[in-house]
Design a protein around this ligand. Sequence first.
Ligand SMILES: CC(C)(COP(=O)(O)OP(=O)(O)OC[C@H]1O[C@@H](n2cnc3c(N)ncnc32)[C@H](O)[C@@H]1O)[C@@H](O)C(=O)NCCC(=O)NCCS
Ligand SMILES: Nc1ncnc2c1ncn2[C@@H]1O[C@H](COP(=O)(O)OP(=O)(O)OP(=O)(O)O)[C@@H](O)[C@H]1O
Length: 209
Amino acid sequence: MYLIGLTGGIASGKSTVARRLVEHGAIHLDADQLARRVVEPGSTCLQSIVDEFGQGVLRPDGTLDRQRLGELVFRDEGARARLNAIVHPAVRELSGRLIAKAEEEDPQAVVVYDVPLLVEAQVDHPFDLVVVTSAPKRAQVKRLVEERGLDPIQAEARVDAQVSDEERRAVADVVIDTGGTIAHTMSQADALWVDIERARKAARERPSG
Ligand SMILES: CC(C)(COP(=O)(O)OP(=O)(O)OC[C@H]1O[C@@H](n2cnc3c(N)ncnc32)[C@H](O)[C@@H]1O)[C@@H](O)C(=O)NCCC(=O)NCCS
Ligand SMILES: Nc1ncnc2c1ncn2[C@@H]1O[C@H](COP(=O)(O)OP(=O)(O)OP(=O)(O)O)[C@@H](O)[C@H]1O
């Protein structure tokens, strides 16, 4: 297996890059989706969230009111840390299991683990490559406002709830500039795939022992 950790700020283009790598043959795992799975009704995580933040973060049907909880945690660092302490260990455990399963099913698989908080949550799966998508903050805020309907204050708060691109670049093997056109992002993703294929081929041909 070849394991890629893909990270970057909110609305920086991680999913866009991941989708392109999937078109080339990679398997995609998404930490945001896993974070939704671990808080489904009946989960211990959801119960811990209710214990911590009260019944008010549940919708009438018993599912998590994500908007309500988001309003709480993106303006309060302490609340965010308490939520992270509940959700992140469960996501870590589930992602570890799914990565192991992907390897079992296909030892040659290229797995892209899209994990927005790779730096913040100190995700330490044994990545072969860490890829960071990077766009200027004003582009991130514009996308959140225009495409996801956040107001500019909320959008800024979400960007500011994350580490800076400098901190992400410090752990990156590859940085993809996602501040330009989509076509520019795609061509960098395509070039990355060529490099990955080359590295894997060289590893296969290397005499072992
Ligand atoms: C606060 C919640 C309920 C808001 O839900 P919502 O549906 O509005 O957003 P969604 O989950 O789709 O996240 C969108 C983006 O917000 C950013 N984000 C999410 N959680 C966090 C966090 N704790 N700290 C910083 N940024 C975050 C990420 O860039 C993420 O891609 C939700 O994000 C959550 O449960 N967060 C804690 C778990 C977590 O850290 N998830 C991120 C990856 S593991
Ligand atoms: N050069 C670019 N590269 C990537 N995305 C771009 C670019 N220009 C505009 N966009 C738009 O920005 C948005 C980025 O969203 P995407 O879901 O890929 O980001 P993300 O980092 O996965 O977001 P999130 O952290 O919320 O999961 C998309 O709507 C995309 O069309």
